[in-house]
Design a binder for this molecule. Structure first.
Ligand SMILES: Cc1cc2nc3c(=O)[nH]c(=O)nc-3n(C[C@H](O)[C@H](O)[C@H](O)COP(=O)(O)OP(=O)(O)OC[C@H]3O[C@@H](n4cnc5c(N)ncnc54)[C@H](O)[C@@H]3O)c2cc1C
Length: 453
């Protein structure tokens, strides 16, 4: 084992192996949990002070839930793990020769084993300038930004006397019809049709247009076609206008332009645009590729060995959305692991087990992903579920799928209090159609309410 100076090894009290984990999302949290009873010292480095349950982030963005219901402070999560030190900080680099992790503030931390679980971020396909007018949904800050834009667009429409400008302020565009785009569009339509009814005097919130714009030929492309079709029908019932085969070619402060399959273009005036179209791995992926020679794919994910370590660097593992990993089921062709939370959790546990195997001098095991299926919610009583069971696929849609989705998400939330609060908030919202997290922070002086930023 490599020796470290104590200044680079926070909380070090022994010569036990030191495992550094970058990121406390689904992958990092599961890896830490799997190592909590082992004879190792662990340092978790996370750039926010909380673990975030991203699958319910759209509920914060659409004012259905308050942030603390879907986030848990990292320090609280590891309070009872004496071998875990938590550091709030952003990792900017890794030196594999010195076995050091570098933080933004210039400090360095040594490791014997490293798990990188830094996740993913938005990709604007090379058009990063679109971000200012079409925020994506990944962090709590993104969710607050989107919530502010949605609610303040209605406020701006109420004060607008020009009919064309009012229409633009009542036009909401969601780009990308994957699970996040579908959830966002369905919920925005509900806000317009139900939540805000009776609250405005000069506009009818129900007349708002919610557009879901998708470059491909169907919504929820990762789902079987039959469920995509059902999701489309459910979206339309909720009042969402779905525009398929429409590729976004421009976004600015007052709207967006799309190109249709026949080459023609369309301008959509909108003051509230949400980006749910592209995902790219954390920049740490490319940094690791350069530092270790590991191959990085087009999305910036690091190609890992079957046991999730890096080629030539068995002491570094990459898990979750940052890893281009394959599932190795005995007797079957390796298959790519999807970028979903069960994948990240399973990889976190597998990487932890392989590190313990290495420390004990045992052979590591190839990663095998257990796929339980896919679910996506669309709105009240609307969802689609494709479950993978040992007996084949079980497919559901509509109310029963929605109930299944609801209980699955409450079950997987972190903490009893969060589960209880979410259940109560949802029950109350179900009966009242209200959304209680409609507070937006004060606007800086001089900023028109519907503007971005
Ligand atoms: C809006 C949304 C909805 C989703 N819905 C679903 C769903 O319904 N079902 C599903 O299965 N999956 C869903 N996903 C995908 C799922 O959330 C991800 O697959 C999962 O979070 C990946 O886990 P991870 O640990 O790789 O990354 P993350 O959970 O993203 O965690 C990465 C962590 O690393 C931290 N970090 C990043 N860079 C650094 C750095 N340089 N230094 C220190 N810390 C750093 C981040 O702050 C973050 O906490 C959704 C994702 C989003 C964004």
């Amino acid at each position: 084992m490599r020796r470290m100076s104590s200044s680079t090894r926070p909380g070090a009290s022994s010569a036990r192996p030191h495992i550094v984990i970058i990121g406390c999302g689904f992958g990092g949290l599961e890896a830490t949990r799997a190592l909590q009873r082992a004879q190792v010292d662990i340092t978790v480095i996370e750039k926010t002070n909380h673990h975030l349950f991203q699958p319910l982030l759209y509920q914060v963005a659409t004012a259905g839930l308050a942030a603390p219901s879907i986030a848990a402070p990292v320090r609280v999560l590891f309070r009872n793990y004496p071998n875990v030190t938590t550091l709030l900080g952003e990792v900017s680099g890794v030196d594999p020769d010195e076995r050091m992790v570098r933080l933004n503030d210039g400090s360095q931390i040594g490791y014997d084993h490293l798990i990188v679980a830094a996740g993913a971020t938005h990709s604007y396909f090379g058009r990063d300038e679109w971000a200012a007018n079409a925020p994506g949904l990944k962090t709590l800050a993104d969710a607050f930004d989107i919530r502010r834009r949605v609610l303040l667009s209605f406020e701006a429409a109420e004060r607008e006397s020009d009919p064309l400008r009012r229409r633009a302020k009542l036009t909401f565009a969601v780009i990308g019809a994957g699970p996040t785009g579908v959830e966002m569009a369905g919920t925005m339509a509900e806000i317009a049709r139900h939540t805000l009814q009776g609250e405005f005097r000069h506009i009818d919130p129900g007349s708002a247009e919610v557009l879901l714009i998708e470059g491909g030929g169907r919504v929820l492309q990762a789902m079987p076609e039959v469920l995509s079709q059902k999701a489309l029908v459910q979206l339309q019932k909720l009042g969402v206008e779905v525009r398929l085969n429409s590729r976004v070619t421009g976004i600015d402060a007052t709207g967006l332009t799309t190109q249709l399959a026949d080459g023609s273009t369309q301008r959509i005036d909108s003051h509230c645009i949400v980006w749910a179209a592209g995902v790219a791995a954390s920049p740490l992926g490319r940094m690791l590729g350069e530092a270790t020679g590991a191959e990085v794919d087009r999305a910036g994910r690091v190609k890992v060995e079957p046991d999730l370590s890096l080629p030539g660097h068995p002491e570094i593992s990459v898990v979750g959305d940052l890893a281009a990993a394959m599932s190795h089921a005995p007797g079957k062709e390796p298959r790519p692991v999807p970028g979903v939370s069960p994948g990240a959790k399973q990889m976190g546990r597998a990487a932890a087990a392989n590190i313990l195997a290495r420390i004990a001098g045992r052979a590591t095991q190839p990663f095998r992903y257990s796929d339980y299926g896919n679910l996506a919610t669309i709105g009240r009583n609307s969802a689609v579920v494709d479950l993978t069971t040992p007996f084949g696929h079980v497919r559901m849609s509509g109310r029963i799928a929605w109930q299944f989705w609801l209980f699955a998400h409450v079950y997987f939330l972190i903490g009893f209090r969060n589960r209880l609060v979410v259940l109560m908030d949802w029950a109350s919202a179900y009966w009242s159609f209200q959304r209680y997290a409609r507070v937006v922070p004060d606007l800086p002086a001089g900023v028109p309410p519907e503007t971005k930023g």
